[in-house]
Ligand binder design. Structure first.
Ligand code: 6CS
Ligand code: FE
Length: 310
């Protein structure tokens, strides 16, 4: 593609990023894509909360037994009891401890069941107003003592620039698999930040994902931008018991601190994308990242399952 066509195409992109200079752009997409009705999976109040803040914390959705079963499964995946696909396991930057395992439904029947569970997938379908498929899934471990931070970022910025996700029509569902308290590096979110797109400065290096999954250095806002966002919106800490579900919009600014406590912090993540928002060529990188980070096939809608997980 010639430089001119490329520049013209980028002008039409509502969310250009990885530019010479940082820019603030308004969100062009809805956050909640369905009209609320009495049989919706969220109340009208919860729906408004998600729309306004770009996230919601849902407690007591899963039983003790279900949470126990998921915690055991998470330990088995990490403990080497299962054969895991090469490349799907990312270690901490300064040690061999497991930081992240990707491709959960493909590698675990129980996590596959969780991904299609009504309490998760039906809510994502409602919020996105479309059938949904799994764009990315992962278990984040943040081990005791050595777990490093996840620096501030908008997931959409990366998924748009590096994977080619066209619009903001995806939602992350994070199920807490340990208690997350103020000590062990819980998720922090800036309520309302999803209404701004912060186009980040800096070109995407080749194979950026090889380092960004350990330590984010590209696709992050400047200190000035983060300070301004935090001043305007504040920072919410999603502290809650294991079994709590945090749903957050793909463009909500979030991050988490490192964990020097003796208590591990673990969460399972499923990213649901609207089937109408399937990936195209990346908007800010030369070639797309591998499939374990962003599904590139023909999207197959999640079939919603009801009843107990385990
Ligand atoms: O690069 C990514 O796709 C991811 N990185 C972070 C820090 N959050 C979302 C996603 O898993
Ligand atoms: Fe993230």
């Amino acid at each position: 593609m010639s430089a001119i066509t490329n520049a013209a195409e980028r002008r039409q992109d509502p969310y250009p990023s990885r530019l010479p200079e940082e820019r603030w752009l308004p969100r062009q997409d809805k956050t909640v894509w369905s009209q609320w009705c009495p049989d919706a999976p969220l109340t009208a109040e919860q729906t408004d909360h998600f729309d306004r803040d770009g996230f919601i914390v849902l407690r007591d959705l899963f039983s003790e037994e279900e949470v126990q079963a998921l915690m055991q499964e998470s330990a088995a995946l990490r403990g080497g009891e299962r054969e895991l696909e090469e490349g799907s396991v990312i270690s901490e930057p300064d040690s061999d401890e497991v930081r992240t395992i990707f491709k959960l439904p493909e590698q675990s029947p129980l996590f596959n069941r969780l991904a299609s569970d009504r309490r998760v997938a039906d809510t994502a379908t409602y919020l996105l107003g479309d059938d949904v498929y799994i764009h990315q899934s992962r278990l984040n471990y943040k081990p005791a003592f050595t777990g490093k931070e996840f620096y501030w970022h908008s997931d959409f910025e990366t998924w748009h620039a590096e994977d080619g996700m066209p619009r903001m029509r995806a939602v992350s569902a994070s199920l807490l698999l340990t208690d997350n308290d103020v000590l062990n590096g819980p998720l922090m979110l800036m309520p309302g930040s999803h209404k701004h797109f912060i186009a980040c400065a800096g070109e995407t290096p080749e194979d950026n994902y090889k380092s960004s999954l350990k330590k984010l250095e590209v696709g992050i806002p400047s200190h000035e931008a983060l300070a301004k966002l935090a001043k305007e919106h504040g920072i919410h800490t999603a502290t809650a018991k294991a079994g709590t579900l945090v749903l957050f919009d793909c463009n909500t600014m979030h991050g988490s601190n490192g964990n020097i406590t003796p208590f591990a912090r673990s969460n399972a993540f499923f990213v649901f994308n609207a089937v109408s928002n399937q990936l195209v060529e990346p908007f800010g990188a030369k070639k797309p990242r591998p499939e374990f980070l962003g599904f590139r096939g023909e999207p197959k809608p999640v079939e919603i399952a009801s009843g107990k997980l385990a």
